[in-house]
Design a binder for this molecule. Structure first.
Ligand code: ZN
Length: 519
């Protein structure tokens, strides 16, 4: 390795170390830090993020990149070194456009705004959060303007989470999806109450819930020697290295679905990070390809597997043993309960069919806020009117509406589209996985998840952030992002669930037991 490349890598080590340090400070802020630590933590994060920014965008990196380009000799186009240099050049050129003072100002405000959002949401009072959100939108607008050039501010912010994806592309994908999903939701609504989730809405001991979800994600392949699980208001996954991946979750004593699917979801993110090879650690490439790719992993485990019959053929007897109130409930009733379609207020608890509608609402509102078409003060009203338009519901309060998600409080404007892109991609990837390894579905029914995890490791995880998302999709699936498989999956799955009357289901699968009275 040339001296220049070695020097560049040493700088990247610093950048990565500072990034991981900030991650740890943020994780601590969300989990264990007392409220009194908020002001000081904002200073800590502003300093670390500013140092990280200055290290990456310093003149030395520019000179080294030029020298390395002249030297050549980085090997094949897709060698680790060639990819590191290419990605760092992109990061360097892009980040240099943003002044360090703005980076620090943003980091400081993110840290403060998060605490304000927590209180505002707890009291369901948007007026508490409004000034912080006004500042946030203004700072993000300045960031987007600095990142330009583009006629579309949202493009610049979207790139932070889904590199090279354009707002217009997302809009085209969403328009196509909307045309397919809205009639499906209507058809399901017309099927009346043939599906009930009452069995999930009982008293479930939180300690037993924790024990069960930990056992499940351990079986899926999340390694607790290289990770842990804690409690937060809003579940997330972060990491300090592939050897230290932190999941968070939340428990609802009256509803089993929250922790069960929330934790499986986060473990999907976590297994992605645990699968990044040591060679990419401390290079700034040692993370997922994009947020859309990340979400494809979490949604694959949560939905395609976690809400499938095969998955529960293995796990359901264990769940019944952990929660005796489920003993009289047949597998098929449980399967239908976890797949109920019902327009609802909260995105993270939305069913697979209506989920993307929640995303489209946020995608449109974020652009309106950024471009000034909607004032922050009017965001709750704009939110509620879009909820009515998309889902036929009006939130009774802001906690169930505009205040529900953590994202805007931490500066993640432009992030939401990646959730829907991840859903689309998850089906494409799973279809390719079972084409390559047809034994996967049978293994899942036996509670063996290593064949699927091995495929994901080999095809996706081991590449980290080496390739642009669109190229990685092409390398894995042979084509571009395609919502066709996702739409077919939704039509098949929910067509089947909602075309069968509840009576025949219960007699076919109740194992001779009567259905619970609560249904
Ligand atoms: Zn996620």
């Amino acid at each position: 390795m040339s001296d220049k490349l070695q020097r560049l890598k040493a700088i990247l080590n610093d950048v990565s170390d500072l990034d991981m340090t900030a991650n740890l400070l943020e994780w601590d802020q969300s989990t264990y830090m007392p409220p009194g630590g908020g002001e000081a933590r904002a200073d800590h994060l502003a300093t670390v993020r500013r140092l990280q920014h200055e290290r990456l965008t310093g003149d030395e990196v520019g000179r080294l990149l030029e020298d390395i380009a002249q030297e050549g000799g980085l090997g094949e186009e897709d060698s680790d070194d060639a990819c590191i240099v290419r990605v760092v050049k992109e990061d360097y050129e892009r980040r240099r456009k943003v002044p360090a003072s703005l980076v620090a100002e943003l980091a400081r405000h993110v840290s403060l705004a998060h605490g304000i959002w927590v209180r505002s949401r707890a009291e369901s009072d948007f007026s508490l959060f409004q000034p912080a959100l006004e500042t946030m939108v203004e700072l993000k607008r300045r960031q987007a303007e600095a990142l330009g050039p583009s006629g579309c501010l949202y493009d610049a912010l979207l790139h932070e989470f889904e590199p090279f994806m354009k707002t217009a592309q997302v809009k085209a994908v969403f328009d196509g999806l909307k045309a397919e999903i809205v009639p499906l939701v209507k058809a399901v609504g017309g099927a009346g109450d043939s599906v009930s989730d009452a069995v999930l809405r009982q008293r479930f001991d939180v300690g037993a819930q924790r024990e069960f979800v930990v056992a499940v994600v351990r079986r899926l392949g999340f390694d607790f020697d290289r990770g842990r699980l804690d409690l937060t208001v809003h579940p997330f996954c972060t990491n300090m290295s592939p050897g230290d991946v932190r999941l968070t979750t939340r428990f609802d004593p009256e509803f089993l679905g929250t922790a069960l699917f929330g934790t499986i979801h986060e473990s999907g993110h976590g297994m992605y990070e645990q699968g990044i090879p040591p060679a990419l650690r401390r290079t700034t490439l040692g993370t997922g390809a994009s947020l859309g790719f990340h979400e494809s992993q979490s949604r694959l485990w949560e939905n395609i597997l976690g809400r499938s019959r095969g998955f529960w053929r293995h796990f359901y007897p264990e769940l019944q043993a952990a929660f005796p109130q489920l003993a009289p409930v047949g597998l098929e009733t449980f399967y239908r309960a976890i797949n109920i379609v019902r327009p609802s207020f909260i995105r993270v608890e939305a069913d697979e069919l209506t989920y993307s509608l929640h995303i489209m609402l946020r995608f449109e509102l974020e652009q309106d806020l950024l471009d000034g078409r909607v004032r922050v003060a009017d965001a709750p009203a704009a939110w509620n009117s879009k909820m009515q338009e998309y889902l036929g519901l009006t939130p009774p309060n802001d906690a169930l509406g505009v205040l529900q998600d953590v994202h805007w409080s931490i500066g993640y404007i432009g992030y939401f589209p990646t959730y829907a892109l991840g859903n689309i991609l998850s089906v494409q990837l799973y279809e390719k996985a079972i084409l390559d390894a047809p034994g996967i579905p049978a293994a899942v029914e036996r509670g063996e998840f290593s064949p699927l995890l091995a495929w994901l490791r080999e095809k996706i995880h081991r590449h980290g952030r080496k390739y642009p998302p669109a190229e990685l999709i092409r390398r894995v699936t042979g084509g571009p992002l395609d919502s066709g498989p996702y739409v077919r999956y939704l039509k098949t799955k929910f067509g089947e669930i909602y075309s069968r009357p509840a009576r025949s289901i219960s007699s076919a699968s109740g194992r001779g037991r009567s259905r619970p009275r609560s249904q």
